[in-house]
Design a protein around this ligand. Sequence first.
Ligand SMILES: Nc1ncnc2c1ncn2[C@@H]1O[C@H](COP(=O)(O)OP(=O)(O)OP(=O)(O)O)[C@@H](O)[C@H]1O
Length: 574
Amino acid sequence: MKILMPYFKRYHVDVSIALLSVLVLVFATLWQPRLLQVVMTAIIKNDQQTVLREGILLLGLAVLGIAGGVINTIYSARVALGVATDLRADMYAKIQSFAYADVETFSASNLVVRMTNDINQVQQIVMAAFQQITRVPLLFIGALILAIVTMPEQWWVILVMMLVILLASWVAVRRMTTYFAETQQDIENVNTVTRENLMGIRVVKSFVQETNEISKFSQASDQLTAVTAKIGYWFSILMPIFFLTANLAVGVAVYLVGQNITAHPAYLAAITSFVAYLMQILYAVINGGFLMTFASRAFISIGRISEVLVTQPSMTYVASEDETPLTGEITFDHVTFTYPGDTQPTLRDISFKTTAGAMLGIVGATGSGKTTLAQLIARLYDPDSGHIMIGGVDVRQIPEKRLRATVAYVLQRSTLFSGTIAGNLKQVRPDAQVSHMQWAANVAQASEFIERLPQTYDAPVEERSQNFSGGQKQRLAITRGIIANPEILILDDATSALDARSEKLVQEAMDRDLKSTTTVVIAEKIASIIRADQILVLDAGRISGSGTHQQLLQSNPIYQAIYQTQKAREEAVK
Ligand SMILES: Nc1ncnc2c1ncn2[C@@H]1O[C@H](COP(=O)(O)OP(=O)(O)OP(=O)(O)O)[C@@H](O)[C@H]1O
């Protein structure tokens, strides 16, 4: 809850109005039965003047109550909306500051639920709190006192009613709290299944996995339904218990008073007022109960939100606005790296050095650590031990903007953002002119298809860039990678969807136009790295060999094996 205080402070005027208007509403609500009693007594005594005077007052009080209620709702909503909007913005900014590993630790779908569902929970509890939090206790205490003042001899009826209601609420709230925590987890599971299914819809369709996917989804959804139904079940038995108890209390009170009503006609007015107060007590308890169950749910959400807000990014950068790129020299000095949560290192004792402008090829079996090594160059993770240097500077000492200006990382399946081609390119180079775009697209062999599009560089990129083929996406990703003319360009299987001719053209264009850029090429095919100045052969996280193609062919058995297998495959195809 503490985490919300600074947000409330920002809306202190709205908060004050919401709380003050509650006081008006409570006063009007509590005083109405009292006035009604006066009016009824005057009717019984046939005192017309008092009936008129107090009747007008009663009407005024009702109007005052309505006004208080309306103002309270408006200002509570303003606070709730404001707090939710600010929380969402702060959470989003925090996630942006996270290191890649932090996002992986939370998982993307978990963060989405926290940003949406949890924030909605908080919005609802803030709204309810400002409507009910002062109203419920004031109404409860006020109605209790006034009920006892009105009919002192009936105090025990109220006490019994309260005890039954509190006991029922306590049992129900305890059960529901655990169910609320489960609901949150189940919502997350439904989201994960949905997200995975939709992102992999092509795989699902091509392997005719619809039935499996439906059953996976049904399981997650049924689980959510079952827990939600349990919560509904407790609510559904709680309400009748409340009303039954209150009606029994009213019945007992009326029965007890009814015997004396002929002797004391004023009791009629008093019992009416007493019953109204009993109902107000019931209303306060029901709303208090709702508030508590709601709050227990919202506290879980607040906890989940604050987990994000208090998480310190696991990676920090030195503070500096320096964006001048460094040279493209890469040095790994006895680098060992373990993924967060893993027990065994993925990379062990890696040492190598490339000169600026050189081409570095990385090969190795699947899972040998090629992508991991590339991610360390781009500082998506920090190593456990050893040093990584770019342009002679330890990557930990390079300001973030400077590092991003120096290193461009193109993945096999890079994300293009929805918008336009130009928009994607300008994310990397905000001042990019069409001439820059044309240059980069020419190198990446993308200009041919871009210029055939009716809107060329302003052509739309749909969500998940589904309006482009795999090869086109890769070319666009390479275009984006080179548009800012980086000192280091990492192509992580980034040409896998290109045919051999296009790949050769990309390489020739890069040799011509990106002479001073160090290119790090991770590839399955030896043909993609055959011209590299230096090739690293990775084997289970270690460097098993390093050298040119010819040197490795002579000296490295793993390289020889990869080469022979690919050669044999090519010959078989011919
Ligand atoms: N985010 C991660 N968390 C934990 N382990 C990971 C993570 N990413 C990769 N690994 C593990 O690290 C090892 C190396 O993975 P990496 O992706 O670097 O291999 P690779 O050589 O690039 O493989 P491929 O050729 O199949 O792309 C694998 O065993 C993989 O399971």
